[in-house]
Design a protein around this ligand. Structure first.
Ligand code: BGC
Length: 417
């Protein structure tokens, strides 16, 4: 892993799709998560959150929206998998909703387990590799984007349980690391041979969301320190725990946590990154950790207010490189209604991936998020990340132009079907 500040120069030259032939022998897919697409996820911490209000009496989710049926993926997953197949995708990342699998402590719902088994079987029949996320924010859970989960729920307070306490966030992260350690061993004990018939036991790893934090003014030391602190807390602390078997989360006068997690460094069969954006940082007394972060106003912005920064994907891939550990990009995507911008975003991020692979990095797959427009957590339904546009009523799914570019990339000449 390389935590140095290694800015890369990104030229905006025209990208030649024919050169993106690295997609052969590569997992090319899309990603979703249960709460955002399935519908009927009404027995978890988020369903309580949906109905609650902040101290200022505003609903927790924008406009008081609730996912309800979401995009009804629970009932329509076969149609959705068919859509993915039409793009030429050969991998699908989805999450398991544990509040459905285990609605009460000690009660397991066989019907739900069969549903997920059926989904995997349908994917396999269609030549699409299932990538299962064990924890995508809704609890009970295991390890998924641990830093996003802890920061949004325990530092910024905009995800459940709505706390604003960095010391608690440190404990939450530490517990997630321990949970990952236990899940890793439990899964390997259960699947010692070949549960899904592909000839190899299940592979287990973590998904780390990495955001690029850069100084707002490159010539101003306090901005560098601000960027370094956020990078350390959000990116480096968790990654480093997998090198040192120790989780350390420290910031003078605010939080001071350090604990050993023995054996953690032996629990990565692969590592993956979810990458979206870059923030500029500068000191600011009123912000969390006393550092203000904001998007570069000089580049295109997504509807989430995030700067489009493909060079950042270069940087995060270099950051998580570990000898002998394959890498996946399990989320990369854009909320926009401007399909030209979506096309440009996909092309440039795929090209960034290619360049890092040419540099010898063992990257095994790229998942665009999301297959479909979906329920965007605290933002509700307004933000459109999907390759397929969803008319939530009456649930039509016309193809967006953005998907065409993904199809073209996936079908580059010479790629093995
Ligand atoms: C989450 C996704 C979410 C995306 C965009 C990621 O951190 O894993 O569920 O939709 O960010 O906000």
């Amino acid at each position: 892993m390389n935590f140095c500040h290694n800015d890369v120069k990104w030229s905006d030259r025209k990208i030649d799709i024919a050169k993106l032939d690295f997609f052969r022998d590569f997992f090319r897919g899309t990603a979703t998560s249960a709460y955002q697409v399935e519908g009927g996820c009404d027995h978890n911490d988020w369903s309580v959150w949906e109905r609650s209000f902040a101290e200022n009496a505003n609903p927790r989710i924008k406009g008081g929206q609730k996912p309800g049926l979401a995009v009804n993926h629970w009932n329509r997953y076969r149609d959705d998998i068919d859509l993915l197949k039409q793009t030429g995708g050969n991998a699908y990342r989805f999450s398991v909703e544990w509040s459905k699998v285990c609605p009460k402590l000690g009660v397991w719902d066989r019907r739900v387990i069969d549903h997920y088994i059926g989904k995997c079987a349908y994917l396999n029949e269609n030549g699409i590799k299932p990538f299962v996320t064990l924890h995508h924010f809704t609890i009970p859970g295991w390890l998924y984007e641990p830093a996003v989960y802890a920061m949004m729920g325990w530092v910024r307070g905009i995800f459940p349980p709505g706390k604003r306490d960095p010391c608690l966030a440190a404990r939450v992260l530490n517990n997630l690391l321990k949970a990952h350690f236990q899940a890793y061993h439990a899964i390997h004990e259960t699947d010692q041979s070949d549960a899904d018939g592909d000839g190899v036991p299940c592979k287990v790893g973590i998904i780390k969301n990495i955001t690029i934090f850069d100084p707002a003014r490159k010539w101003w030391l306090p901005d560098w320190i601000g960027a370094k602190i956020l990078h350390r807390l959000f990116n480096q602390a968790v990654l480093e725990a997998f090198l040192t078997d120790r989780f350390a989360f420290n910031l003078k006068n605010i939080v001071n946590f350090s604990q050993e997690v023995p054996g953690l460094s032996d629990t990565l069969d692969w590592i993956s990154v979810n990458y979206y954006t870059q923030y500029f940082c500068k000191p600011d007394r009123k912000s969390d950790f006393k550092i203000k972060m904001y998007p570069n106003q000089k580049t295109a912005q997504t509807d989430m207010g995030w700067a489009v920064y493909p060079a950042g994907l270069h940087r995060v891939l270099q950051m998580i490189r570990l000898p002998g550990v394959p890498i996946y990009i399990t989320e990369n995507g854009i909320a926009t209604e401007d399909e030209t911008l979506r096309q440009d975003f996909i092309l440039k991020h795929v090209e960034a991936t290619r360049e890092v692979m040419l540099d010898g990095c063992d990257i095994r797959g790229y998942f665009y998020r999301s297959l479909l427009d979906n329920f965007e957590w605290a933002e509700g339904f307004d933000k459109r990340f999907g390759l397929y546009h969803v008319d939530f009523d009456p649930q039509k799914r016309p193809l967006k132009e953005g998907v065409q570019i993904y199809k073209e990339i996936i079908h580059v000449p010479g790629h093995k079907k």
